[in-house]
Design a protein around this ligand. Structure first.
Ligand code: OGA
Ligand code: NI
Length: 218
């Protein structure tokens, strides 16, 4: 598929993402999915939560995985792209088109994406970190879509991106409001999730430059 075959609106969004990533290493968008799509995705996540299908997220890669709730308090469930319900399918297909667009315009060589459902219970957070476990990590772009309607600053759970600048650093704060889509270069930007005072729902994913099935080689 060439960019010209994308819907016009989608192309505008993808173009903004490419521009933002090129100039500032991150991008924030409010119209990546419709509110109805976001609501249906949230319903599926809540269903998984009710079925007790989520598990405590760890830190470190597969061989050295540790659970440390002080550092990271979220619960996750990896999404199997082969068996997902329609709203998730719509999101994953859009991500695939974004990957194609990024590969054509920025030559990033992205081969695959992995996505999990994420719930931060009340009073949980994720300390400042980088989304790569080591230099050779194959994660290139982190991307998150938030699912919480009417999020207030006082609800906490803010994503803070630390942008290096000459002698200092700039901090960008993003509220996890339903429909907000954020992506950033996994190896460049340190970030944190401040303590959340409300249950916080999202889908979190990474675009990788190696197919997931081979990622144990990295
Ligand atoms: C992560 C992460 C940020 C967020 O899962 O690595 O940094 O806003 N998430 O959920
Ligand atoms: Ni992260």
């Amino acid at each position: 598929m060439t960019p010209a075959t994308l819907g016009t609106n989608e192309e505008v969004i993808f173009e903004k993402i490419v521009n933002d990533l090129t100039h500032q290493n991150y991008s924030v968008n409010n119209n990546f999915m419709t509110i109805e799509e976001i609501e249906s995705i949230k319903d599926i996540l809540i269903w998984h939560e009710e079925q007790d299908n989520l598990y405590k997220a760890g830190i470190g890669n597969k061989s050295e995985k540790q659970i440390n709730s002080e550092i990271r308090g979220d619960y996750i469930r990896w999404i199997d792209p082969k068996s997902v319900r329609e709203p998730i399918q719509i999101y994953l297909k859009k991500i695939d088109r974004l990957i194609m667009y990024l590969n054509q315009t920025c030559y990033l060589g992205i081969k695959d994406a992995e996505v999990h459902f994420t719930v931060y219970p009340e009073e949980s957070a994720y300390e400042r970190h980088l989304d790569q476990f080591k230099e050779s990590d194959t994660r290139k772009i982190s991307f998150i879509i938030y699912l919480n309607p009417n999020w207030q600053k006082s609800d906490g759970g803010i994503l803070r991106l630390f942008i290096p600048s000459d002698n200092n650093e700039e901090i960008i704060e993003i509220l996890p409001e339903a429909g907000t889509f954020v992506c950033f270069l996994s190896g460049e930007l340190e970030h944190e999730v401040t303590k959340s005072f409300r249950k916080r729902y999202s889908l979190t994913g990474w675009m990788r430059n190696m197919p997931i099935g081979l990622s144990f080689l990295s």
